[in-house]
Design a protein around this ligand. Structure first.
Ligand code: GLA
Length: 388
């Protein structure tokens, strides 16, 4: 069964009501920033590759009002106790953990010489946490957008995404690439975003055909490996590139990699093989989508999943099961894991009129195998971070 997406306007109402009840003030400024799904181009944003994500119809909403003090008081639906963040001095990592994304964004404004005034805020979200759908990037982008509103500045979309990424690096300790924050900031209805991670350039790729849709299946597992696993993968790709001796993975061919195989261990070699293959697959997938060559596109998605499972080793049995099951169903064009992996979600491109039946089959099969149900929802590409 498809799980519904709460309309953004309901989230806005909910956040406003919660702000009033928690802090006794009515919202004057409300920001929204969506999560993302990546259609293809996984674990190559930090390798100067191409990625093809889009913003989804699930988002973080922050309702807020100036409080005339020099601190931010902020609570969320899962932590109504909340946090107090003092302003006027460099931000530091502190408790509660989720507040660090906000502290990192405030620090980004401070470093740009933009003074942030004190305010009260309440955060609600329709994005599951730990599902590989970039709830943290959404939180960062929602906060940055809110601060733009309060400080009457406009950072520009690219600059805002980079500020949010730096918050993730410095305040959450995750050495992520630019994909998630770019997708949340640049999202547009009915468009995918082809990001050139070497130049930071973006090209919008239309996805407006109403006969197609995208299913997101959240395994609801998050394997512990995720902590060190991401940084370790990134390090392997850096080691591989150093052994090859070229400045960027964009200049590396399979022949270059094979020629340098003797200078790296077998694992580093396989990580590199994923990078080289995935860059080529993503370019081909964007082309296939533009030309409506859906069979090719589907094949590229399955090949991406296989490579992430076997060469990059970031999949898990739950993700593999969903992809394999989807691949046998009528109406499915392609499926793969999406996001960092080690759990999280799969993305399934399918015919819209079959989506309900596909979701029902996937859910039943998953539950029979693992003993609990996944959460499956349909989404179309949605609008990026904004004030409402
Ligand atoms: C996480 C990171 C992104 C990207 C993906 C894998 O979502 O935040 O930058 O590396 O993993 O493609």
């Amino acid at each position: 069964m498809l799980s519904p997406n709460t309309p953004i306007k309901f989230l806005v109402t909910e956040a406003g009501a919660a702000l009033l009840s928690r802090y006794g003030v009515s919202a004057t400024t409300v920001s929204v920033a969506p999560g993302r799904v990546n259609l293809i181009g996984e674990h190559i944003d930090y390798c100067d590759g191409f990625v093809l994500p889009f913003a989804i119809e699930r988002a973080v909403v922050i309702a807020a009002a100036l409080n005339g003090t020099s601190e931010v008081r902020v609570a969320t639906s899962f932590d109504t106790e909340g946090a107090v963040i003092p302003l006027g001095a460099p931000q530091e990592i502190s408790e509660p953990k989720w507040s660090n994304y906000l502290r990192g964004v405030i620090e980004g404004f401070r470093l740009r010489g933009i003074e942030v005034p004190g305010f009260d805020a309440f955060i609600v979200s329709s994005l599951p946490v730990g599902a590989g759908l970039s709830s943290s990037a959404a939180l960062e982008c929602a906060m940055a957008t809110l601060l733009e509103g309060f400080t009457e500045t406009s950072l520009g979309t690219r600059e805002k995404a980079l500020l949010a990424q730096k918050a993730e690096h410095d305040f959450a300790g995750v050495p992520c690439g630019i994909m998630d924050q770019f997708a949340s900031a640049f999202g547009k209805e009915d468009q995918l975003i082809l990001i050139d991670c070497l130049t930071g350039g973006t090209e919008m790729v239309p996805f407006a055909d109403p006969s197609l849709t995208i299913l997101v299946s959240n395994t609801k597992v998050s394997h512990e490996l995720s902590d060190g696993g991401y940084a370790a993968r990134r390090k392997s790709t850096e080691d591989g590139l150093a052994a090859i001796g070229k400045p960027s993975w964009r200049d590396v061919t399979l022949a270059d990699l094979e020629g340098a195989a003797g200078k790296m261990d077998e694992v580093t070699f396989r990580r590199g093989r994923h990078v080289v293959g995935e860059i080529a697959r993503t370019i081909a997938a964007a082309q296939a989508l533009k030309s409506r060559f859906f069979t090719s596109l589907g094949g590229l998605m399955y090949a991406s999943h296989d490579s992430l499972r076997d060469d990059f080793e970031v999949s898990c049995p739950e993700l593999d099961h969903l992809v394999k099951t989807a691949s046998g169903l009528e109406g499915v064009i392609g499926a793969r894991m999406t996001g960092g992996g080690f759990g999280g979600s799969t993305v399934t491109l399918c015919q819209a009129d079959k989506a309900e039946a596909i979701a029902a089959f996937l859910a039943a099969s998953y539950e029979a195998e693992f003993g609990f149900a996944p959460e499956i929802f349909a989404t179309r590409p949605a609008e990026g971070a904004r004030l409402v």
